[in-house]
Design a protein. Structure first.
Lengths: 307, 327, 309
């Protein structure tokens, strides 16, 4: 495995991460005093000044930046005004629920998409492909918050089978997972299908057939491994979107994850939590990117071997 | 000429769907490959020579392709009447295929040794360990140095010539009766071409397999083939042994081909290109497809498609006027 | 397959070459794409109505007609899709929402298309430091969840329609940069560009006359997909309260407003969501159709039935 390749990717991800944090730091100060972002709208002038002094906002900007960096390196992201606890604690408590939900959704979506996409690609524009393509297109077009509410309406309100919101036993998982499933599934089916059609038309597939390989072998051994490459890229993008994008669904289902936490932080003007949340999501994305690089190298020797 | 045939293609018709309509790629192709024979199938791109090879190997995608008629008899069995699984089991084992662009014909994500060993695995011919051992032996046989180490490497780590050697190793793995080589040297440098031709000749001499050599390269035909089948616009227009073909081509198209090639024994300025462009498969002329550029075309050529007729000499030609000149 | 026409005058008995099917003919062969176009026509009609004679009905409160269920066709046609808790016509409100949805989607996608294509052309054609910088920034934006980025930016700068369009455009720009860059790098190396250069064509001429026409179909497909995506994100942001603010009307906001009446008046949530879904699906379907129509190898699938056997 090429070390320089990974170091380059790693350092780039670090730069991206740092860039993002600097961007937040600058944007916050660009729009006026951050005090406005921290405090409720009805705060009076005395409160503003007191907070400004306490946050060190009277110091020159480079001093603030240095202190901010030092704080981050100690994982000190300030106190949550709403929870009266360190913001980092609040975020770490919420993170696992989001990651679990995202992993379950993406895992199920990928598996289903590989099976459906591969079968659809085998007879392009055949009956199965037309149905699968229409279904995946629909899946990619559904507003998730809406289908979530419709799910609540049918399965919780009307039928009373599932809880409307909250976190706990498996029955709490059904609606959020089902709701979030549509888009990754829909997007990935299209990708797997397209990549499989391309792979099945590649010269090496003719070689495999000429060798006498059966359909199953041609599809799952020769074509699929090549088709997984674009799928992994897109699944990575989806993972990134899920890491922050479950926000809406967590709000709909009262899921105690980081997305709901951040939306609440926005509505409560709890800036420390918001900032800690952004950092946490950025770190998760950083980890996802490294995982994708490893997956890519494991599948494609052209990435793995330096020439 | 009395040798029994390995492969007999009889009146094969294949067409493809395009946005411009249905295009006939093969309009009744017939020829045979004899045992231990090297048969060259000669033609320009679009003449149907690769489609013929793909039909034998069951590689015509349907749709857009469709096999509309005819027979392909291999070892006395009509391949087109077999079900897909039985057809597949012959491929790689009794008849194998070498492609033009070997680098893209090898799967980029598997080691080359694995890809050769796979031939044994597919046909249940060896267990895993001996398949790998056979693969290394085959790589040595086709002249790949340090075969044991290189077997674990991937196609992108090999040159085009080395990839073609690996393709050949794969093709001879199960000692097939027939090897179809589809433009095996076209994608290679001239010096590498010579090496691959040499390897193919050795393979032929050692294994005794018949070779169906698909090419547009007259030099390659002269070097390797025993017999030539010339295709034009999805038909066989001439079928002849290689010596008499070069000495005295029968069909006007074959004559044109030879006249358009540079030759040592003719002076400069003797090159004669065939006038016009290759025929449009969507709009073939009535009668003989070669009629438009043919210097000897008459009204009869427009009214009547010339059939492939066997001549007394054992050669065959599809031209109304070929007899007079052959005798 | 080599296709060419010989000297036709000399051989006038040759059958004519069938022309490639027109776009309209290929559209007619794909019922889903036809459906998508019809739906977009409906949305466009609603949009016009919503901006003109339905504008007042969208905000007219009628307490007598509160929470009327949909599909009661004997009543006033404005109430055929039901009314909300203040008795406002859902037909009128959905029409008003169509304007918001399409205006934001087209503005954001148009801006990102132009900006992203331009930057991608620069990055791909000239490369160098500037090109690299453009690509790295694109990577950085793409590497972060769109919705979260939009949330934070709208939190800091305040939720209004202009900021919404800007943030949606910025998050979509990288896709165009990447696609344009990748295609330009490939095309730049092709022979006809060399030929053009050898004939003395300047940079502008090579880019606009030779490269852009080849990249355009891909970019238009991407734009159609992005219209769908941007609509979904806008709806999500408005649903969360960080997009369109009341009293303005947006489909996403309507879903949020209907949420508290979910058990009593399902149509308040269902109808606007359906409108979002059908419209995004229409853009996706058209992109899908165009991808086939634009691909010479796949086009036969959309050719007339007389071409089949």
């Amino acid at each position: 495995m090429s070390l320089t390749f990974f170091l380059r990717r790693l350092s780039f991800s670090f730069v991206a991460l740092g860039g993002l944090m600097v961007l937040v730091f600058v944007l916050v100060r660009l729009t006026g005093s951050p005090v406005d972002l921290f405090l409720p709208l009805d705060a009076n002038d005395a409160m503003r000044r007191a907070l400004a002094v306490r946050l060190g906002l009277e110091d020159p900007i480079y001093v603030q930046f240095a202190r901010w960096l030092a704080d981050i390196s100690r994982l000190d992201l300030g106190m949550s005004l709403w929870h009266s606890r360190p913001a980092a604690d609040v975020v770490f408590q919420a993170l696992p629920q989001t990651l679990l939900l995202g992993a379950v959704v993406l895992g199920l979506g990928s598996l289903a998409a590989i099976v459906v996409g591969a079968l659809a690609a085998f007879r392009p524009y055949g009956a199965f492909d037309r149905i699968a393509s229409a279904a995946s297109l629909m899946g990619a077009s559904i507003p998730d918050f809406w289908i979530g509410l419709m799910g609540i309406l049918v399965f919780s309100v009307s039928l009373g089978w599932l809880p409307t919101s909250g976190y706990g036993s498996p029955s709490y998982w059904v609606l959020p997972v089902a709701t979030l499933f549509f888009r990754p599934f829909g997007v990935l089916v299209q990708i797997v299908r397209g990549a499989m059609i391309a792979a099945l038309n590649a010269p090496y597939i003719r070689t495999a057939r000429a060798k006498g390989a059966a359909n199953r072998r041609v599809i799952f051994i020769h074509a699929l491994r090549n088709a997984l490459l674009p799928m992994i890229t897109v699944a990575g993008d989806l993972a990134v979107q899920l890491a922050g994008g479950v926000t809406v669904i967590e709000t709909v289902f009262g899921w105690p994850g980081i997305g709901k936490l951040m939306i609440d932080a926005i509505l409560q003007r709890d800036f420390a939590v918001l900032q800690a949340g952004i950092l946490a999501v950025a770190v998760v994305i950083f980890a996802i990117n490294i995982a994708i690089d490893f997956a890519y190298a494991a599948i494609d020797p052209r990435v793995r071997i330096d020439k | 000429m009395t040798k029994p045939s390995v492969l007999e293609i009889d009146n094969l018709q294949v067409s493809f769907r395009t946005s411009g309509g249905r295009v006939a790629a093969l309009n009744g192709v017939s020829f045979a490959v004899g045992q231990n024979e090297v048969l060259a199938v000669l033609g320009e791109s679009g003449s149907g020579k690769s489609v013929t090879a793909a039909s034998v190997m069951g590689l015509i995608a349907q749709p857009p392709g469709s096999i509309d008629g005819g027979q392909i008899r291999f070892g006395g069995v009509n391949l087109l009447a077999l079900d897909a699984d039985d057809h597949r089991r012959m491929c790689g084992k009794r008849v194998s295929l070498i492609f033009q662009d070997a680098l893209s014909a090898l799967n980029p994500v598997y080691p080359v040794g694995w890809q050769i060993a796979e031939v044994f695995a597919i046909h249940g011919m060896a267990d895993r360990a001996s398949a790998v051992r056979h693969a290394v032996e085959l790589m040595e046989a086709v002249g790949i140095p340090a075969a044991a180490e290189r077997a674990g490497q991937y196609p992108h780590q090999f040159s085009g010539g080395m990839c073609q050697r690996i393709m050949i190793a794969m093709a001879i793995a199960l000692k097939p009766e027939l090897i179809i080589a589809d433009e095996p040297t076209t994608a290679l440098d001239v010096t590498i071409q010579a090496q691959i031709v040499e390897l193919l000749k050795e393979t032929h001499a050692q294994s005794g397999a018949s070779i169906m050599l698909i090419t547009h390269d007259l030099g390659l035909v002269a070097e390797m083939a025993d017999r030539v089948v010339v295709m034009y616009a999805g038909r066989v227009v001439e079928d002849s042994d290689v010596y008499r073909f070069f000495a005295e081509p029968l069909h006007p198209y074959a004559m044109g081909l030879l006249a358009s090639q540079p030759r040592i024994d003719r002076g400069a300025g003797a090159l004669q290109p065939i006038p016009g462009a290759p025929p449009n498969p969507l709009a073939l002329p009535s009668g003989c497809a070669f009629r438009p550029p043919c210097p000897r075309a008459t009204l009869r050529c427009a009214e009547q498609t010339p059939a492939l007729r066997k001549l007394a000499s054992g050669r065959a030609v599809a031209c109304h006027f070929a007899d007079e000149q052959a005798l | 397959m080599t296709a060419g026409i010989r000297d036709v005058n000399a051989f006038d008995d040759l059958p004519p070459v069938r022309p490639a099917p027109t776009l309209a003919a290929m559209l007619a062969r794909d019922p889903l794409a036809v459906g998508a176009c019809l739906w977009l026509l409906v949305v466009a009609t609603a949009l016009l109505a919503g901006q003109t004679f339905l504008a007042d009905d969208a905000v007219r409160i009628n307490l007598v007609a509160r929470n009327l269920a949909p599909f009661q066709f004997d009543a006033n046609w404005l109430n055929w899709l039901g009314t909300d808790s203040l008795g406002r016509s859902l037909v009128a409100r959905l029409s008003a929402g169509a304007g918001t949805a399409l205006a934001i989607a087209f503005a954001a996608v148009g801006a990102s298309l132009i900006l992203g294509t331009g930057l991608g052309l620069v990055a791909g054609y000239f490369g160098g430091f500037a090109g690299n910088l453009i690509l790295r920034i694109a990577d950085m934006i793409l590497g972060f969840p769109t919705l979260l980025l939009a949330l934070v930016v709208l939190y800091i700068f305040g939720p209004n329609i202009f900021n919404l369009i800007v943030v949606l455009a910025v998050t979509r720009v990288p896709a165009y940069i990447r696609v344009t860059n990748a295609e330009v790098i490939e095309i730049r190396e092709r022979l006809f560009v060399d030929a053009a250069r050898a004939l003395g064509a300047g940079h502008a001429r090579i880019v606009f006359a030779h490269i852009l026409p080849i990249v355009a179909p891909t970019l238009l497909t991407l734009a159609s997909l992005n219209l769908a995506m941007v609509m979904l994100i806008e709806a999500g942001l408005s649903f969360l309260g960080l997009g369109i603010q009341p009293p303005s009307i947006s489909w996403g906001l309507m879903v949020a407003q209907g949420r508290s009446h979910l058990a009593q008046a399902w149509w308040l949530t269902c109808m606007p969501g359906l409108a979002i879904m059908l419209t995004t699906m229409a853009f996706n379907l058209i992109a899908n159709w165009y991808r086939i129509a634009g691909d010479p190898q796949q086009r036969w699938r959309l050719a007339g039935s007389e071409a089949s056997k």
